[in-house]
Ligand binder design. Structure first.
Ligand code: ADP
Ligand code: MG
Length: 729
């Protein structure tokens, strides 16, 4: 074996589960200990400050300076009581990760002494250099400053020795430069729109929150192997690798017994997560070997998003303690399942009702149907935007790859609910319902809860499925910030609910009674959005044909999918709702294109590096052994024996030659395409060129490399193989 691979494998063989000791306590005894949550606030804040902060959290009221100073002082006291020395504004720039810059509390006061300070203004606002974060041209060159501003709706927390304050990030001129700003706006608009609609059914509803329960899929790999795979290190995925003979065919990994080392890791990051108030509760093996999942109890969307971002960081850091690396990439390995992050989404009222959960009476069920059908209609209206918000270079490997939701947006409702919608469509006439019709309808609607109770009907191939009391957006990628998808979903549903109210009010103004008006509008929505509903196998080719017939888009790659971000419809939607103006939206589009291009560019370069420095030398070394052997055989064998013996070995040497030649030539041609792409004058053209001209070489080169891996002496091969990386004890 190549020396490095050999050493790495020896380390793997000797691994033991990490021995970490935990306090002998139940989770409830330490859950949220590192969070400046309600309990800590009550303890540390004055009565007045506490009330004002709660107001700010619930209603988004800004805090005045005096209160901010008080909160800061208390936060500091609380944090210091836990050994914290630094603070940071913690935000979510459009890089997709989180950003932090730690500042010490201490301040020299002369005479060689120092004190610890943290003021209200430091809590409320900081000024990072916006030019160093993706800004898509929003930042003008003479004004590089950006602001981070405290988001009191998500509690501060301690991670390491640092007090982290969740913040939004905007440019000096107020434009959003992060994921959180538009998310918060979308949540407040959704609240208003949904609360207004709830008034038809229940006057006690004064607030509606969006809820999110994400399911985080990930792979683990031993750190020693990871450290000698440059592709994994720098791109998050393997750019080469012959399939392991045993992959996931036997379906023996999913929900299998969790390997001990992995379990030790899971317990450790769960412990850290619980301290941080992240309610992770579920853990299991996933479909692919070395693939796992963790899921929390759902929470309010803004908090759930922060928690997911934080969890990804926690998982990465804790993995290192266990000599693992965690792979959050959507497709670390070809040929086995990729990773997603299902976003379970619903709406909850201040009265404790889940709006996507049918109730016990026809009235609450009509409310359920209103939100349910409006969501379906919203997805139908903005299917392309839904596709765009999950698009990334990583996720392209997953969508439509026969093991993940397809790139065609559709909605799965389940047979029973489809029947209910069909019944509404059939029985609601154009005019007022007759008393009999009404009774019949109410009767069928009244059956909904029973239907859902025994509805185990699940469709794993749908990108957007109703699962009993929530919609599950399954196409979101495992490394994505959920905020992107959630902002879109909140916005389109908010818009639809606003339209719904307008439509119903118009009929009521025309003297139609409320229930009739609601049924009328729902019926129209059901008819209009029919095309988006699909119950069959989303992986099948028949669906592609059928979707085409229905006029649904099937956009396989990111550069194409991103177009929907700047369509007239999307620009209008975000602008009307006040979530993102045209400039902000266009800058996002540019940033996503650039990110795409850069990712493909990096992968392309790493391919060339690895081919030149590792693969080709290994192939040639083995070929030399073969050639020497062939020459040597001539001296020891009779001419007749030699002919037979040499033939196969000469063929092998030839095969190596041919593959090496194809590899080198393709890598060179790929570089030429990169050069051409780099000269193009727009982000859009570049992204398309990288997608259509550069990326096709990846497969071409990989094919040859994987064949070489298959025929070359294992001792010579420099890279850890799939069968080694995917195997965990
Ligand atoms: P599964 O989909 O695997 O059957 P669950 O029904 O437990 O599992 O749900 C998976 C995720 O959906 C969990 O994170 C859970 O918290 C979340 N979830 C459940 N109810 C809701 C809801 N009303 N809103 C948002 N997420 C929810
Ligand atoms: Mg699920």
């Amino acid at each position: 074996m190549s020396t490095r691979r050999n050493l790495a494998m020896q380390e793997v063989v000797n691994r033991k589960p990490a021995d970490i000791s935990y306090p002998d306590k139940q989770v409830s005894q330490y859950f949220g200990d590192s969070v400046f949550g309600i309990d800590a606030m009550r303890e540390f804040l004055s009565e007045e400050a506490f009330t004002r902060v709660m107001e700010a959290m619930e209603k988004g009221v800004t805090l005045d300076r005096k209160i901010a100073d008080q909160v800061a002082a208390c936060m500091k006291a609380w944090a210091q009581s836990k050994g914290v020395t630094h603070f940071t504004h913690w935000f979510q720039p459009l890089t997709g990760t989180t950003a932090e810059k730690h500042d010490g509390f201490f301040e020299p006061i002369g005479g060689g002494r120092a004190v610890e300070r943290f003021s209200g203004s430091q809590l409320v606002q900081q000024e990072p250099d916006a030019s160093s974060f993706p800004n898509g041209g929003v930042r003008s060159t003479f004004e590089a400053r950006g602001y981070t501003a405290w988001d009191p709706t998500s509690p501060a927390f301690i991670w390491g020795n640092t007090l982290c304050i969740p913040t939004i990030f905007v440019s000096y001129t107020g434009e959003a430069l992060d994921f959180k700003t538009p998310l918060l706006k979308s949540l407040s608009i959704l609240d208003k729109a949904a609360t207004d609609v709830c008034q038809y059914f229940d006057k006690n509803v004064t607030k509606v929150i969006g809820t999110l329960g994400w399911e985080q899929e990930y792979f683990l790999i031993d750190a020693s192997l990871y450290n000698i795979r440059y592709d994994l290190q720098q791109t998050g995925r393997t750019l080469f690798g012959h399939a392991s003979a045993k992959g996931q065919q036997l379906e023996d990994h999913y929900w299998g017994s969790i390997p001990e080392r992995v379990l030790a890791y899971m317990k450790d990051f769960e412990y850290e997560s619980h301290l941080l108030g992240i309610p992770v509760r579920t853990r299991h093996n996933e479909v692919a070997p070395a693939q796992f999942e963790c899921a929390p109890v759902f929470e309010e969307i803004n908090i759930a998003v922060d928690h997911n971002q934080l969890l990804m960081d926690v998982m990465e850091k804790v993995a290192i303690r266990h000599n693992f690396r965690v792979l959050l990439h959507e497709k670390p390995y070809a040929g086995v399942n990729g990773s997603g992050k299902h976003n379970n989404w619903s709406l909850a009222t201040n009265t404790g009702k889940n709006l996507l959960s049918p109730g016990k009476t026809p009235k609450t069920n009509l409310q359920f149907l209103t939100f349910f059908i409006s969501t379906v209609k919203a997805v139908y209206e903005h299917a392309d935007l839904m596709r765009a918000c999950i698009a990334s270079a990583n996720n392209d490997h997953r969508l439509g790859a026969n093991e993940a939701p397809p790139a065609i947006m559709s909605v799965f409702l389940g047979e029973q609910l489809n029947k209910v919608l069909e019944e509404i469509e059939k029985s609601v006439g154009d005019k007022k319902l007759s008393p009999e019709e009404k009774t019949a309808l109410k009767l069928s609607i009244g059956k909904i809860p029973d239907i859902l109770l025994d509805n185990t009907d699940r469709n794993r191939t749908s990108p957007f499925a109703f699962t009993g009391n929530k919609f599950e957006f399954r196409a979101v990628g495992s490394s994505a910030n959920c905020a992107g998808a959630m902002t879109v979903l909140n916005s389109i549903v908010a818009q639809q609910l606003i339209d719904f109210k307008t439509d119903v009010d118009a009929l009521m103004d025309n003297k139609m009674d409320k229930d009739d008006a609601i049924f009328q509008v729902l019926k129209r929505y059901i008819i209009e959005s029919k095309k988006i509903r699909f119950e069959g196998n989303g992986y099948g080719d028949e669906w592609k044909a059928e979707a085409k017939k229905r006029g649904l888009s099937n956009i396989p790659t990111t550069p194409g999918a991103l177009e929907a971000f700047i369509s007239k419809k999307t620009l209008g939607l975000f602008d009307n709702l006040g979530i993102l103006n045209h400039r902000e939206q266009e800058s996002r589009y540019e940033i996503y294109l650039e990110t795409y291009t850069k990712k493909i560019q990096i992968e392309s370069r790493i391919i060339a590096d690895m081919v030149n420095n590792q693969i080709v030398p290994a192939a040639i070394a083995y070929q030399k052994t073969l050639v020497d052997n062939i020459a040597g055989l001539k001296n020891v064998l009779s001419a007749a024996d030699y002919k037979v013996a040499a033939e196969t070995q000469i063929d092998l040497a030839k095969e190596i030659s041919q593959r090496v030649t194809t590899i080198i030539k393709s890598a060179e041609a790929m570089r030429e395409e990169r050069k051409k792409a780099n000269t193009l004058d727009s982000a859009k053209k570049q992204a398309h060129a990288y997608c259509d001209k550069v990326k096709p070489y990846f497969e071409k080169i990989r094919y040859e490399v994987d064949k070489l891996e298959f025929i070359i002496d294992d001792a010579t091969w420099p890279l850890p193989k799939y069968r080694e990386m995917l195997y965990l004890r």
